[in-house]
Design a protein around this ligand. Structure first.
Ligand SMILES: NC(=O)c1ccc[n+]([C@@H]2O[C@H](COP(=O)([O-])OP(=O)(O)OC[C@H]3O[C@@H](n4cnc5c(N)ncnc54)[C@H](OP(=O)(O)O)[C@@H]3O)[C@@H](O)[C@H]2O)c1
Length: 225
């Protein structure tokens, strides 16, 4: 379900038709809103609509993709909205599991694309344990085919990384000359994300794809382009 396939979780358009006959829902919708009120508005409306439509359709398992460290980060609008989303799922009418993932491998380059200005980009010096989207998808598939856990589980990548270094190496693989400026200002992630708040707990499921392997794929694609 996506607006590009004719389903809008905010207005509810196409939702009942899309959920007809569905046993389970995996919610991976997103908003680019960084303002706390706007992010909360998106996630509460979208999640309320999805849960209500799921109940009407007899959905037996609602799986939500969320973020590792959500409770430890205050002062970030996206995280504020995601906390509200988790609360709605936990209190909602459909049995649920929440899978919290760490940052995806492409996030550092995405932040660069948001902050780039006249050949330079601000990038926060985060400590992260990023994960391949394919490993998150595999974890979601495993969770959704199991019973509702009514708890949250963490999924992360195999090793910690320095976010500035991730951005630098991704830009190099893409032959992108943008200059990086390590900074807590100018982007969506502020100093509230310093330290170890974004790292997974010891019980996290770890994906097997390394950042190096993902980078090698990026470099091959860039060379072929
Ligand atoms: N990116 C990360 O590093 C990361 C890490 C941990 C957790 N997460 C969480 O994972 C989730 C997905 O993140 P992402 O980075 O994969 O997001 P994304 O690439 O922006 O994808 C969001 C999806 O939501 C759909 N969507 C947006 N508004 C919609 C609407 N009104 N109705 C129906 N579909 C809508 C979009 O399709 P259309 O535009 O076609 O509607 C798109 O398919 C988020 O909740 C995020 O918090 C992300």
């Amino acid at each position: 379900m996506a607006r590009s396939t004719g389903v809008d979780v905010l207005t509810g358009a196409g939702l009942d038709e899309a959920l007809s006959g569905a046993d389970a829902v995996i919610d991976v919708t997103n908003t680019f809103a960084t303002d706390p009120a706007q992010a909360e508005d998106f996630f509460s409306t979208a999640t309320g609509n999805l849960l209500a439509a799921g109940q009407r359709a007899g959905v037996r398992h609602h799986v939500l993709l969320s973020i590792v460290g959500l409770d430890r980060v205050r002062g970030n609008g996206h995280y504020h909205g995601k906390r509200r989303q988790e609360q709605l799922v936990q209190a909602g009418p459909v049995p649920w599991t929440i899978l919290r993932a760490t940052q995806f491998f492409d996030l550092a380059a995405m932040v660069v694309s948001w902050t780039a200005d006249h050949g330079a980009a601000a990038i926060p010096p985060l400590l992260v344990q990023p994960v391949a989207v394919a490993d998150v998808a595999a974890a979601l598939a495993e969770v959704v085919t199991g019973p509702p856990r009514r708890t949250s589980l963490d999924v992360a990548g195999p090793e910690p990384q320095d976010f500035v270094d991730m951005a630098r190496r991704t830009l190099a693989a893409r032959r992108d000359p943008t200059r990086l400026v390590p900074s807590w200002r100018g982007g969506p992630f502020g100093v509230e994300m310093a330290g170890e708040v974004l790292l997974p707990g010891p019980e996290a499921r770890l994906g097997t794809t390394t950042f190096d392997a993902w980078l090698a794929e990026i470099a091959t694609a860039a060379d072929g382009a």
